[in-house]
Design a protein around this ligand. Sequence first.
Ligand SMILES: [Zn+2]
Length: 255
Amino acid sequence: MKEFKPVWLIIQPSIANLMYECLTSNNLPLITSISYVELTGEILDTTVRQKMKKLFDCHVANQYGANEVNSIAYECPCGNMHIMENNVYVEIIKDRRCVLNEMGEICITSLTNSAMPLIRYLIGDIGKLKRFHCECGNKAPILEHIYGRNSQWIINESNNKITPYIIVGVFNHINRVFNEVIIQYQVIQNSYTSFLIKLFLEDTDIPYNFIEYEIKRKLKEELNFTFNLEFKYYDDFFDKYGEEKHSFFFNLITQ
Ligand SMILES: [Zn+2]
């Protein structure tokens, strides 16, 4: 990269994270040619975004797309994911209805692919579509809370489905409070009332029980039901070179 002098980076958050660790832990020289970083392919949390800003001091944007249709939504300067209306028509389907302001399956119609038309294609991801006035001036609808196709629901004893997106919110909160201490996390629901929390932390003086207490407190506040947590600590548990996207949540009840 030093020789090639890239100006743009379009990468997955997990790879961006890996690059950050590699550059900083080996004291490698910064790649100063980069003026824009686009993150795509996985859920983006605030930690990776901040690391990229810190590393390259440039504009960092989130993009949601799929191999089948290319770009579906792109983040504007106000931080909203506007639909690429010239490229795709997006609907959200829940209980066989088209919905607005509700979570549901993302349904795509390609407006540009005449060789292989995809009409009302359920791409396997879930999200929420909203229409509101955005300060950036783009009038296209906004896609929120996008989860990958491997996303599963948190399920409580009454069999209610709860969006796993709250987990991302909880860990973003923890990283804000504890100075970006969590490098990787994964939550596994073992039963209706028990979760395993896998963590890979930075070297830190913060006692682990402080972090555990805050995770438990915040998760209880969000989930609003009673459960037990078990914590396990690892060094780097995601397979860096695997093909699989890194999932932050698994539900063993439904598997
Ligand atoms: Zn906007």
